[in-house]
Design a protein around this ligand. Structure first.
Ligand SMILES: [Zn+2]
Ligand SMILES: [Zn+2]
Length: 136
């Protein structure tokens, strides 16, 4: 995805972007805040939140729509799908591309002009699978 407009890269934004790109965990703003405090002890949750919103609006990072109560962010803006653990809410990547045939199929059934669709998988993460085995 191309950045829509030139965004001024402040030091804070740069660090937020670096930290987000380092992980594959799709952190929430709260998670990011915990990660960033180690490098920037004076940063506030509000600042982290605001900058994540600005970065995602500019297309530099991705805001995830996956189910769950808190918004999650992804430093990887390439097209890929996500799987969410139904037990702990953890979100992982799956390299499945959206299916063009599916959009053509949907187009036949609606007057809406179809632009895109989203694939979300639900499952049980490896950790929760282990927990389930341990308690079984
Ligand atoms: Zn889990
Ligand atoms: Zn992802």
């Amino acid at each position: 995805m191309e950045a829509k407009n030139k965004l001024r890269m402040t030091k804070q934004r740069q660090v937020i972007l670096e930290e987000l790109r380092m992980v594959k965990t799709h952190p929430t703003a709260d998670d990011m805040y915990q990660m960033l405090r180690k490098r920037m002890p004076k940063i506030s949750l509000g600042t982290v939140y605001r900058n994540l919103e600005i970065l995602s609006e500019s297309g530099i990072i991705q805001k995830l729509d996956v189910g769950g109560t808190q918004k999650r962010f992804d430093g990887d803006t390439t097209i890929h799908s996500h799987v969410r653990c139904v037990a702990c809410g953890r979100v992982g990547d799956i390299d499945v591309k959206p299916n063009c045939n599916l959009e053509a199929e949907a187009q036949k059934m609606t007057d809406y002009e179809i632009i895109r669709h989203r694939l979300e998988f639900a499952g049980l993460c490896p950790l929760c699978q282990q927990k389930r085995k341990a308690t079984a």
